[in-house]
Write a protein that binds this ligand. Sequence first.
Ligand code: AMP
Ligand code: MN
Ligand code: MN
Ligand code: MN
Length: 280
Amino acid sequence: MTVIYDLHSHSSASDGTQSPAALVTAARAAGVDVLALTDHDTIAGLDEAGHAAREAGLRLIPGIELSCTWERKTLHVLGLNIDPAAPRLGEGLAELAGLRQARARRIDAKLAKAGIAGLLAGLHDSLGPQTQITRSHFARALVTGGHVKTPAEAFKRYLGRGKPAAVASDWPALESVIGWILAAGGTPVLAHPLRYQLSASWLRRLLAAFAAAGGQGLEVVCGRGTVDEIRTLALYASRYGLAASAGSDYHGEATPWLTPGQLAPLPAGLTPVWDLWEAA
Ligand code: AMP
Ligand code: MN
Ligand code: MN
Ligand code: MN
């Protein structure tokens, strides 16, 4: 029987709309056998997801999606199969939490200048103290407040690059976050490599730097990636000696076009990331 993997998903510990337990239930109902919960810069959802996974008969891979900076660009690195209790990772997450809080305050101040005050206070009231606040939360608050119709419009008008509430984000270096993942016994995987709007030569530079810094995997199948995108990423994975991962980047109701585990098969000839774990 084929095992259905989904190694990229979000819960309400970051910007997913479902609680960790509800996410696990939804993934199981959709036929997922192995799910990685990979919230932005937090492991706060992993305990609850782990309990729910044991009840649902699903294998939960403890994961995270770390924000980082490389050559002044923001990138996302998944840490799959991490030990959430690893001290070095914990120190890194404390740093990231501080950066996110400060960034949320700067976004809030810029929105206030643009005439929209008090969104962050509202988020603090409605979200648990464990939730990492992302731009998705501001986007949804802008929808709820009637300032825009959709989150996509919120990014286009307020939060995206060059817009009134855009902030420069000084995340930790790519090399640092890879180091934290490795220190936690995890597999560093470059998330959605084609979403950074890099030219082919920049992407090749990035992949060389990622592999040299200890990166081990590439998200070859992401969400509803096209056949062409998957083929391109498979070639890069081979060329840079990276294992291949597959994940939906499901965010619950915020990504209604996605179903957990509904992913194209990994192209033949690649090493799936999960083979690295069985060998260990
Ligand atoms: P942050 O890490 O705080 O910058 O937030 C990034 C998150 O915002 C991503 O993980 C997506 O979930 C979401 N996001 C980014 N761009 C868009 C967009 N154009 N429309 C809707 N959501 C977006
Ligand atoms: Mn997100
Ligand atoms: Mn991402
Ligand atoms: Mn994600």
